[in-house]
Every structure is written in structure tokens, then in C-alpha cells.
Design a protein around this ligand. Structure first.
Ligand code: SF4
Length: 247
């Protein structure tokens, strides 16, 4: 009789990978999330954005506070170029709430039918014109809180309008600003509303009025969603995003 033991039989079960304790995973994920920049860095970031573009402008065409409100409302789920094409012939005939009501929902629909959700947008713009005429004498109110109550107007639209039309330094947050804020990061936030509150608190007073435009243009043309163009970014050396790209 041999003393040799038979080789241990291999289990037919697939070998399980050693599990990583949940704590380690969350620690690993956390370690990739950089801390928000300090105040001096924040100031330097906006100093450079200002130097690169001292008078930033939005890309929507408008002629007064009302046409700005309409243009921003129409820009939801649409490009600025597409909105400008639609409003090129619309605003000469309807640049006040009264004229928009005269044009009517069907007339408006004909002008904006190239835009996404044009049926809903036409309904909202006409209902908005009616409220402006009946409750505000045809004027656009200088208040985010009031504007937000108008049909089709959310926090972002209201903030853009008071910023551009009335010089109120609100920082409207869209997808680009949300991304740039969390990449640099100026702040770590979960929602656009959190982001707006954080930016309005953190951005130095002297830069807050134009911060919306600087961040939106930076996100649209340089700090793009899929492949940020970090090699030509004016704040590359200050940015803490771990996935910065090289050409
Ligand atoms: S370095 Fe890259 S990721 Fe950072 S802000 Fe500039 S473009 Fe965005």
C-alpha cells in the first residue's frame, strides 16, 4: 500500500476571485475624487478665464429682455444655432408678449417647428406671454423666483435671464457648468441646484456676473464631456481632474 495520497481533486466549481472589502472599494473610489480647489486657486482660475475673454457673451440672439426669455426657453434640448435660425424671422414680428399673443400658438409653431418639442414650447411661450401681459404689464420681472413660476421657465432659464438682462450675478447651471465645476473641481456637487448654490457662494464677487458665460464656453469648447482638450486649457496646471487628456 502506498503512503502517497492521491492528488487533491480540483473542484468543478469556478474559482471565485478574492472579494475586495466594500470599505476598500469606496476608499479607492474616494481617492480618485480630488478635493475642491482652494480660494486662491479659484481666484486664479477666474482671473485667467477673464483674461482670455474679458467680455464673454452668450450665443443666443435676442433684442430685449422678452426675446431673451423666449430664446432661452426655446433652447431647451436644442442648439443655440438652431434657436437663432428659428427666431431670426420670429422676433421681427413678435418681440413683445402682446405681439406674441397676436401671432398665436399656430403662428408661433410655424416659426419654431424645426426645434425639438416645438408643440409644447409653442403652448408654453403663448401661456407665458398671457401671464406677462395680465400680471406684469407686459414686462419681464427681474426675479428668479417669479420667473420660475412662468410656463416653461425653470431655475436655469430664470437665472440666465436675470443675469444677462438685469445684471444680477446669478450662476445658471447647465450640463457644461455642472461638469466643469465637478472636474476642476470648484465644488463637488450632485445636482445643478446644488452646483448653483455652491458657485454663487464660492465665486469671488468680481467674477460672479460673467462666471456663467466663462464656464459654459469653457465646457462647450475645451472641457468637453467625452474628451476634454486639456492640452489647450488655460487652467490645466490648476485642474485636479484625474482623467486629464493629452493630445
Ligand atoms: S485641464 Fe482638462 S479636465 Fe481640467 S478644466 Fe481643463 S480641459 Fe477640463
Amino acid at each position: 500500500m502506498s503512503d502517497l495520497k492521491p492528488p487533491a481533486r480540483r473542484s468543478s466549481k469556478p474559482q471565485q476571485k478574492p472579494t475586495v472589502p466594500a470599505k476598500s472599494v469606496s476608499r479607492a473610489v474616494r481617492s480618485r475624487v480630488p478635493k475642491p480647489v482652494d480660494r486662491a486657486t479659484m481666484v486664479e482660475i477666474f482671473r485667467r478665464l477673464h483674461a482670455a475673454n474679458p467680455e464673454p457673451k452668450g450665443e443666443l440672439d435676442y433684442t430685449n429682455a422678452y426675446t431673451l426669455l423666449v430664446a432661452v426657453t426655446l433652447s431647451a434640448q436644442a442648439t443655440d444655432v438652431g434657436v437663432n435660425k428659428a427666431t431670426k424671422n420670429l422676433f421681427p414680428v413678435a418681440d413683445t408678449p402682446e405681439k406674441m399673443m397676436e401671432l398665436g400658438e399656430e403662428g408661433l409653431r410655424q416659426h419654431i417647428k424645426t426645434l425639438n418639442f416645438f408643440n409644447t414650447k409653442a403652448k408654453n411661450v403663448i401661456a407665458m406671454a398671457k401671464r406677462l401681459v395680465e400680471e406684469f404689464g407686459g414686462e419681464v420681472p427681474n426675479s428668479v423666483e417669479i420667473l420660475e413660476t412662468l410656463p416653461g421657465v425653470g431655475r436655469k432659464t430664470a437665472s440666465v435671464v436675470v443675469n444677462i438682462a438685469f445684471g444680477d450675478p446669478r450662476v445658471a447651471v447647465d450640463t457644461h457648468i455642472f461638469r466643469v465645476t465637478n472636474r476642476l473641481p470648484l465644488a463637488i456637487t450632485k445636482t445643478p441646484l446644488d452646483t448653483q448654490a455652491a458657485l454663487e457662494k464660492l465665486i469671488p464677487d468680481e467674477y460672479r456676473l460673467h462666471a456663467h458665460h466663462w464656464l459654459i464656453l469653457h465646457g462647450r469648447y475645451i472641457c468637453k464631456a467625452r474628451k476634454p482638450e486639456c492640452w489647450r486649457c488655460p487652467v490645466n496646471d490648476l485642474c485636479r481632474y484625474p482623467d486629464k487628456t493629452i493630445p
